[in-house]
Ligand binder design. Structure first.
Ligand code: SAM
Length: 282
């Protein structure tokens, strides 16, 4: 069954009375090169467990089943279950879990489904309406995974993988970098999907760090400082920090001076280490 063939996909979906839900970000990959390239970059083998988020019609799932030892795919839309039964029928190493990825206990899923596997990775063409929350949930839950290869909107990819200190960087760049090293692997034009979305996409790879690149005593406060500093991109970090954290400008100014940081700087000018030190003294 060729899921890269538009007519085949249409025939299967029509037979199951399936109609696409825009709200669930349902744009399925139809280009034959994208999924194999994603899986190649994931470097999964017989001993690898892969968790997929949103299998859709199962086009990426199929490629994962060919190389990984076990695949667990989490899908929110129940209407896709009979479709997936048909499209993945030939594979015995896949299980579909019904649920919202943001509500499931992913630590429990991994422990339960992948015990005995030598490594666990995440691979997905993410529903775009929840890209950042899903990525942050995967990182913050401190799951026992070592790699994440996901497709996201091109703009989101540029933000997530931006160099810290560059104009493209934001609070999410710092957050992702705290947990992982991030790189854009390749871009995917909108025509590679059915139905085609309005924007282009990119596949990114996050390699999880064993230890964060900076030492912070209180992670929650560190991320609150980062979030506050980036809250209004056109304002100076000093104003943002004062407004966002509810502390006087003079106190923020003292902290910046103590760290030899420019009072007129914007958050994008600060390094990860600057944020770590700021969060210790603010
Ligand atoms: N993997 C397929 C592909 O590449 O063609 C489909 C990807 S499509 C962009 C996103 C998929 O995520 C859809 O199947 C959608 O139903 C599912 N989805 C949306 N929100 C979800 C959620 N909160 N939890 C789990 N799956 C979700």
């Amino acid at each position: 069954m060729n899921l890269y063939d538009y007519n085949t996909v249409n025939r299967i979906l029509t037979a199951h009375g399936f109609t696409f839900s825009k709200a669930l970000g349902q744009n399925f990959i139809i280009d034959p090169d994208v999924c194999p390239e994603m899986v190649e970059n994931l470097c999964a083998g017989e001993e690898t467990g892969v968790m997929e988020i949103g299998p859709g019609i199962g086009v990426l799932t199929k490629e994962l089943c060919k190389t990984a030892g076990k695949v667990i795919a989490i899908e929110l839309d129940k209407r896709l279950f009979p479709v997936l039964k048909e499209t993945l029928g030939e594979y015995s190493n896949v299980e579909i879990i019904e649920g919202d990825v943001l509500k499931l206990n992913l630590n429990a899923v991994i422990k339960d489904k992948f015990s005995g596997m030598s490594s666990v990775k995440v691979c997905a063409n993410l529903p775009y309406y929840i890209t950042s929350p899903v990525i942050m949930a995967l990182l913050e839950s401190k799951l026992d995974i070592d790699e994440i290869v996901v497709m996201v909107q091109k703009e989101a990819a540029e933000r997530l993988c931006a160099e810290i200190g560059s104009r493209n960087s934001g609070a999410v760049t710092i957050a992702v970098n705290y947990y992982a090293s991030a790189q854009i692997l390749f871009e995917v034009p909108k025509e590679c999907f059915y139905p085609a979305p309005k924007v282009d996409s990119a596949v990114i790879k996050l390699t999880l760090r064993k230890n964060p690149p900076v030492h912070v005593k209180n992670e929650k406060h560190f991320f609150a400082v980062v979030k506050a500093a980036f809250a209004q991109r056109r304002k100076t970090a000093m104003n943002c920090l004062s407004n966002g954290l509810g502390i006087s400008k003079s106190k923020v100014s003292d902290a910046l001076k103590a760290l030899n940081l420019d009072e007129k700087a914007r958050a994008e000018n600060f390094s990860m280490e600057d944020f770590a030190q700021l969060s210790e003294i603010i």
